[in-house]
Design a protein around this ligand. Structure first.
Ligand SMILES: [Zn+2]
Length: 119
């Protein structure tokens, strides 16, 4: 498994169970060695974040690509704060990639551990 594939596994763990059950994700090649996150039917969103294979921020980048794919292709707002009605965005705390709430500006969980976050 490549570092990107491991990062994808980490991000998939945070998806709602019904999305995980319904969809398969893979990396699709774009231009200039860029990679996009794609659905099982080949759909992907190229308008936002993209991946390059030599980044040290794999988990954060894959999480941002997953957010774009959810929002722009599946029209799912993901993830949302369990305490507020706000979406979460990718941030870093102590060099770890985390989900941060836009309202209240608190860290909800490390990326990959969202389902362990207290609600
Ligand atoms: Zn919140």
């Amino acid at each position: 498994m490549t570092p990107l594939e491991r990062a994808l596994e980490t991000v998939i763990a945070d998806l709602p169970p019904e999305v995980r059950a319904r969809h398969r994700f893979h990396f699709a090649e774009g231009w200039d060695e860029t990679l996009f996150l794609a659905l099982e039917d080949g759909r992907y969103w190229s308008g936002g974040a993209y991946l390059s294979a030599d980044t040290e921020y794999d988990v954060a980048n894959v999480a941002e690509c997953m957010q774009d794919l959810m929002m722009e292709v599946l029209w799912i707002v993901w993830p949302e704060c369990p305490a507020h009605d706000f979406g979460l965005h990718v941030d870093f705390e102590a060099r770890r990639p985390v989900w941060r709430c836009k309202g209240g500006s608190h860290v909800v969980a490390p990326i990959g551990a969202l389902h362990d976050a207290p609600s």
